[in-house]
Structures are given as C-alpha cells and as structure tokens.
Write a protein that binds this ligand. Structure first.
Ligand SMILES: Cc1cc2nc3c(=O)[nH]c(=O)nc-3n(C[C@H](O)[C@H](O)[C@H](O)COP(=O)(O)OP(=O)(O)OC[C@H]3O[C@@H](n4cnc5c(N)ncnc54)[C@H](O)[C@@H]3O)c2cc1C
Ligand code: SF4
Length: 509
C-alpha cells in the first residue's frame, strides 16, 4: 500500500515544492514518466525533448541516492503514450491512498491526470506551485473588477507586496520603469565582443538521452550537435552566476537589439532553468538586485531584468490559468492562413527570418525581440492561424511550457485575444527590424520598399494588414495615424501592394 504517490513532472524539478513537505519515504512513493506524447502532441524540437528528459533523469538520480521509492518509466521501455494511460495503468495495479502533484504547467496534462485518478477512484490532491511569487488566488483577486489587466500595474503590485527593488514604499531610483533607456541598437557596426554564455558539455546521462531522442524522434525538427543547456540545479546556479557577472550590466541597454549570428547577446538564457524549476525566481532576482547594490550593474539593467521575471512571467501565468481552455480557440482577427513551411526549415531569403529560425533549429532559442518582432511579427502580418503559430512556438523553443508560451503567442504576439494583453497588435514594417538589427544590411530585400522586386515582405504585408483592419484601427491613437497614411496613398500603390501580397502567397505558402 502506497499512502501517497507523488507525481513529478518534467517541469517540476524543485525540492522545495509543497509535495515534499510531508513526504514520508516509509509510506510514500514517487512516480515519474518519460512519455512520447509530451514530444509528439506538437512535434517537439529534439533539444527540447533532450532537455526535459535529461533533467528528469538527473533529478531521478538524486532521489535514488536517498533510497526513496521511485517508479520511473524510461522512454522506449514501455508502450504508453500519455499520462492518462501510463498513470491509469499504475493506479490499477497498485493500492494508492492518494495521488499528489503540484499544479502542472499545462492544462492538458492536468486533465489527463484527473481522468487517470477518476477512472481508478483514487483521490487527487493538486497543490499550489509555490515556485511562483504570486500567492494562490492573488492574480484572480487582482484581476477581478479590472477592465483591462495591464502588466505594469500587476508588476507594481508585486513589487510593493514583496519589497523587491523598493526603497521603503517608493520604487528604487524613483521610477517604476526604465524602459525608455532600454531600446538601444548596435548601430551599423554591430556588437563588440559580447561575453559568450556558459554552456555545459553533455555528461553520460545527457549523452544517453541524446541517443534515445535521435532514435525515437528522428524526424523531429532541431539539431543536437550544440546541446549545452543546464540540466541540474548545480549547472543552473552556475549559469545564473555567469549571467550576473558577465552580461547583466548591459542587459537593459541591448534588451531589444538583434544582430546576425548572435543568438545570445546580453540575455540571461535562464528561462530554461526557471521553467524546469531548477532555479527559484526569488534567488534570481535577489542576485540581480545585489549586483545593483554592489555597483556591478546599473538600475536600468536590473529593473528591466526583474520586470521580465516579476512582471511578465507572473502575469502570463496568471492569465493562462484565468482563461484556459478559452485561450486555445481565440482568433480575434480571424486569421486563416497556414503558417509557411519555412518556419520548420529556415529555408527563406528573408535574412531576419533565416537567421532567427536557423538559430532556433540550432539551439531551440531565440530572444524576446526575435520571438515577438521577427517570427511572431511575420506570422501576424501573414495572418497565420493562431493555433498553428502556438503549436510552432510550443514545439520549437527549449523553454516552451504552455502556461508561458500560450499567452505570449496568442495574446502578446498574435493579438488573438482581441486586446486582453496588449492595447494594439505589435505590428511594424521591415523598417523596425532594420533599426533594431543588422539583418537588412545583408538581405536581398529593402526594408523601406512595399512594392517592386526588392520589396521587403514585412513592409508589403504591413500595409496589407493595415488595409484589411483599417476600420478596427482607425480610432486607435497610434494605429489610426497609419490608417491615415494609407488613406493618403495613391490607389495605384494600394493595388500594387495587394498584387504583391498575392505573389507572396503564391511564393511562400
Ligand atoms: C511569441 C513569444 C513566445 C514566447 N514563448 C516563451 C516560452 O515558451 N517560454 C518562455 O519561458 N518564455 C517565452 N517567451 C518570453 C521570452 O521571450 C522568453 O522568456 C525569453 O526570450 C527567454 O530567454 P532568456 O532567458 O534569455 O530571457 P531574458 O531576456 O534574459 O529575460 C529574463 C527572464 O525573464 C522572463 N521573461 C522575459 N520575458 C517574458 C515574457 N514575455 N513572459 C514570461 N517570462 C518572460 C524569462 O523567465 C527570462 O528567462 C515568449 C515570448 C514571445 C513574444
Ligand atoms: S529587408 Fe525585410 S526581410 Fe530582409 S532582413 Fe530586413 S526586414 Fe527582414
């Protein structure tokens, strides 16, 4: 008889979670499973699968060292597909008093675990995830009665409640937000000697996982040659230290900048360790705040970094659980195009997309502005079906877990929520990409041109998008101006843009 069966998922690899608080190794047991469906419900990038499986096997190793009772299903050693089947089978063959787990990062997985428990009449205790700063119910209370859940106010609320980056009751430095200082580009010459991030050579466990993934998921996208993500808590702590020491100081200045063949720039690369719970957001923010207090990083960098974690990360999680499963069917702009095939191969002449997608295939990584203003922007202007865009992002990024990926993609990037998260769609022409990157210098297209042989597809589609949604945008303070620019355009130019869009659809679809 197992008193309590603790289910540990691949993104719950922290020993300070609530499930461990009254764990009694003499009566309780742990259940972990490597299930194909987690890599196939969207065709997961090989590095994403390796990351999760390797981190799980390392975590399992640490449990075994304590001689705790662990039931671990290894990929390839069983025929189960998903949680419902695998956990259901276990419960049907063992006497289990109750199943306990921390709330999963994916609504789908929670439903499957509920079904497995119901079918076996086993009580299920779903515990809150205390990794996050928001207390259970805090986001819903904050959300209640608000016309619009603006991230900035949620962020200020959490800063006031936690005291992070606060000087008594005032924001440190006197301002809540240093965004205006954080929009520098690298000009025309590009970045100078960016410190390379710490990467980790695969050990024997990771090497075995790499072989397993190559065997079981050979046709999946992504390359494994450069796998270097942290898969243990020790490695995650070393990655944090490396970021604070070498890149944090310039994180703010170049937060929005992009450059060809420069995947990392001054970003932290910590989303992987945070999302698998190898790092706690409190320790990450404390390290950044300490760097500011010791004069090792300026306030614009530290505030900008903390806002991403305390603000955005907590905000999208609150929105995910407040609006699931409705998120999955949102399509406010009625976008109906298929996502172009080059998203899976990087095979395109558009230099910005070729580089950004190539980098995703290589490492499973893209920084925020590449995700929002290159791959996300093109999908939005193309009017790709939000569901397909969501599936691509969930599959291709090593840090993708649905609670964080879905609101970012459907809300922030694709405006499929009709303005729940953003006040307007994040649209721009190729000129924005030119200003913030070095991509256009080496591209066969010209960012200013919307028509003609060298027209930048972003710019052409941008005007097509404004044309199509002009009535929706006309009254908007910022987009209304673009509608007036369109009104001032000659009929001939507007027709040429429409023709060019048709050509693009023939060429790229
Ligand atoms: C279309 C789109 C899809 C995204 N999908 C994911 C995803 O699947 N998983 C994911 O973790 N993030 C996602 N993000 C948010 C963000 O792009 C990544 O967290 C970030 O690029 C990860 O790289 P980093 O660790 O170097 O981040 P940094 O630039 O160093 O930022 C620091 C940390 O802040 C947090 N953060 C920053 N921006 C956000 C945000 N918008 N939402 C939530 N947390 C944030 C992350 O934990 C990140 O590690 C997405 C953003 C967009 C626009
Ligand atoms: S010209 Fe257009 S397609 Fe080419 S890199 Fe610039 S924005 Fe991208």
């Amino acid at each position: 008889m197992i008193r309590k069966l603790v289910v540990v998922l691949g993104d719950q690899l922290n020993r300070d979670a609530l499930v461990w608080q009254d764990f009694d190794p003499t009566q309780d047991a742990i259940w972990m499973a490597e299930l194909p469906e987690e890599s196939t419900h969207v065709q997961s990038h090989k590095q994403r699968t390796v990351l999760f499986l390797s981190a799980m096997r390392h975590f399992a190793e640490s449990l075994r060292q304590q001689a705790w009772s662990l039931h671990y299903l290894v990929l390839g050693s069983h025929d189960f597909v998903g949680f419902e089947q695998a956990l259901g089978e276990f419960l049907s063959h063992h006497q289990v008093g109750a199943v306990e787990l921390v709330v999963p990062g994916d609504y789908r997985v929670l439903q499957q675990i509920k079904v497995a428990c119901q079918q076996n009449a086993t009580p299920l205790n779903v515990l809150p995830d205390i990794h996050f700063i928001a207390e259970p119910g805090e986001f819903k209370t904050w959300l209640a009665g608000r016309k619009k859940p603006t991230m900035e106010y949620w962020y200020r609320h959490l800063r006031q409640r936690t005291g992070i980056l606060m000087d008594d009751k005032k924001p440190m430095g006197g301002k809540w937000n240093y965004d205006a200082d954080n929009r520098q580009s690298f000009g025309k010459t590009g970045p100078q000697a960016v410190p390379a991030p710490l990467m980790f050579t695969p050990d024997a466990i990771t090497q075995q996982v790499i072989k397993d993934v190559e065997f079981h998921f050979a046709p999946h996208p992504g390359k494994l040659a450069e796998f270097g993500w942290p898969v243990t808590r020790e490695q995650a702590l070393a990655a944090l230290e490396d970021f604070i020491a070498h890149r944090l100081a310039k994180f703010g200045d170049y937060q929005d900048a992009m450059w060809p063949n420069q995947a990392w720039l001054y970003h932290s690369l910590l989303s992987v360790a945070l999302n698998l719970k190898l790092l706690n957001p409190r320790e990450v923010m404390a390290a950044a705040e300490q760097a500011y207090q010791q004069g090792r990083a300026p306030l614009n960098a530290v505030e900008g970094f903390i806002r991403q974690i305390l603000g955005w990360r907590e905000y999208v999680r609150g929105l995910y659980w407040s609006y699931m499963p409705d998120w999955l069917s949102m399509n406010a702009l009625n976008a109906q195009q298929d996502l172009p095939g080059f998203y899976w191969t990087g095979d395109t002449e558009m230099a910005c997309l070729k580089d950004s997608i190539g980098q995703v295939l290589e490492y499973g990584y893209g920084h925020h502005i590449q995700r929002l203003m290159v791959t996300g922007l093109f999908a939005l202007l193309w009017q790709a079906k939000p569901e397909q865009v969501h599936q691509w992002y969930l599959a291709m990024y090593v840090d993708a877990v649905e609670w964080v990926e879905l609101p970012n993609v459907l809300g922030m990037s694709q405006f499929a929520d009709g303005g729940l998260m953003a006040s307007k769609p994040y649209i721009a022409s190729g000129q924005y990409i030119d200003k913030m990157s070095g991509y256009c210098q080496h591209c066969r297209y010209k960012p200013k041109e919307a028509t003609g042989d060298q027209a930048c597809p972003f710019t052409t589609l941008y005007w097509g998008f404004i044309e199509q949604h002009q009535e929706l945008f006309r009254g908007h303070p910022r987009l209304g101006m673009q509608v007036r620019h369109l009104d001032a355009m000659s009929t001939e130019k507007r027709q040429l843009i429409q023709q060019k869009i048709l050509q693009l659809h023939e060429k790229l679809a």
